[in-house]
Design a protein around this ligand. Structure first.
Ligand SMILES: Cc1ncc(C[n+]2csc(CCOP(=O)(O)OP(=O)(O)O)c2C)c(N)n1
Ligand SMILES: [Mg+2]
Length: 346
């Protein structure tokens, strides 16, 4: 590790220099892993959809980084970065997207629909908003057991318009559970722009309905997101209940790779590319003297080598054994051939 130059400005938000570099590593890992997945998708090797978080890696990584061991996080499709911070391995993500027999769900579910409770992340589910109620329950269990643990849940702008979100947020607020709710305002829910989803301009205003504090932060400013989340996590851990954080960001890809995003103006995408969270973070690290360019390049090379290895390993692995398709479905699984190959009336 290079010695910090004497001219460096004080480190931000209680972060050490190693933390700043580790955050950079996760940002780069998230983006590069998604780029590898996009290439595999074009080769027809990804089964199902591929959901990108291009332009949102900063808020995912920085918010998850504010948690501590024992805390629990519930990601959405655009929170690959959060899962990597919690300890998910790139090879698992690759296996999962390629529906390999070795994947965490053994080819049963795709993309990031899986969990690892030992690492502290729940699996996301498709129905939007429901995980807010689930995480309210998880956080309530921490409170009832007097454990000083915190829950963190992500919800998109579209997701905040569901009844499930309202019920979960209201219950969490009333019970004063240790929960941080990250409202990801990325401008769109599929093809619907945020202003057609809700008449409020700031999603943080929703907090007024539940009597909880909220802030709006620049979601592409990694350090600002870390700082806001850290404060909310500390509040929750101190027994002060729920906080909302609206992160204002932008979905620079379509809903998933199949979506050509023709409804997103090109100039809008370009303007947000100029505010790329990773570029801005790098600029800040170098300008403040918190990191040297060579250190960042070394981390880029590390990420690249790690992903080369993970991709070649996952690619060589087999699909699930068809005989295992009924495992985990029935308590007492019938023989697969009896169900599948029996002729009607035979
Ligand atoms: C209750 C519910 N309604 C509709 C859908 C279909 N759907 C899946 S993702 C999505 C858009 C989500 O937008 P947002 O919450 O803003 O998250 P983003 O994709 O922008 O990250 C929709 C409508 C769903 N999964 N669940
Ligand atoms: Mg959205």
């Amino acid at each position: 590790m290079a010695i910090r130059p004497a001219t460096a400005t004080p480190l931000p938000a209680g972060l050490a220099r190693d933390d700043l570099l580790e955050i950079y590593y996760y940002l780069r890992l998230t983006r590069s892993l998604e780029e590898r997945l996009a290439a595999l998708y074009r080769q027809g090797k990804v089964i199902g959809g591929l959901y990108r978080s291009l332009g949102q890696e900063g808020e995912s990584v920085a918010s998850a980084y504010a948690l501590e061991d024992g805390d629990v996080l519930s990601p959405l499709t655009r929170n690959l970065g959060s899962m990597l911070v919690m300890g998910a391995k790139p090879v698992e993500i690759l296996r999962q997207y390629m529906a390999k027999g070795t994947s965490p769900t053994r080819g049963r579910e795709m993309n990031i629909h899986f969990n690892d409770l030992s690492l502290g992340y729940l699996g996301q589910i498709s129905p939007l908003g429901d995980m807010v109620a689930v995480m309210a329950g998880v956080a309530l269990s921490f409170k009832l057991r007097r454990e000083r643990r915190v829950g963190l849940v992500y919800i998109g702008d579209g997701g905040t318009c569901t009844g499930a979100f309202h019920e979960g947020a209201n219950f969490a607020a009333v019970m004063r559970v240790p929960l941080v709710v990250i409202l990801e305002n990325n401008g769109y829910a599929y093809s619907t722009p945020t202003y057609k989803e809700t008449a409020i301009r700031r999603l943080a205003l929703r907090a007024k309905a539940y009597g909880v504090p909220a802030v709006t932060v620049d979601g592409n400013d990694v350090i600002a997101v870390y700082q806001a989340t850290r404060e909310a996590v500390q509040r929750a851990r101190a027994g002060e209940g729920v906080s909302f954080i609206e992160v204002v960001t932008y979905r620079r890809k379509g809903h998933a790779e199949h979506d050509d995003q023709r409804y997103q103006p090109k100039e809008e995408i370009e303007a947000w590319a100029q505010r790329d969270p990773i570029d801005r973070y790098v600029e800040r690290l170098l300008k403040e003297g918190w990191a040297e360019r060579e250190e960042l390049e070394r981390l880029d090379a590390e990420v690249s080598a790690e992903l080369d290895e993970a991709v070649s390993l996952a690619e060589r692995e087999p699909p699930p054994d068809p005989e295992s398709a009924l495992d985990g479905v029935f308590a007492d699984p019938p023989k697969a051939e009896l169900l599948w190959f029996r002729r009607l009336g035979g």
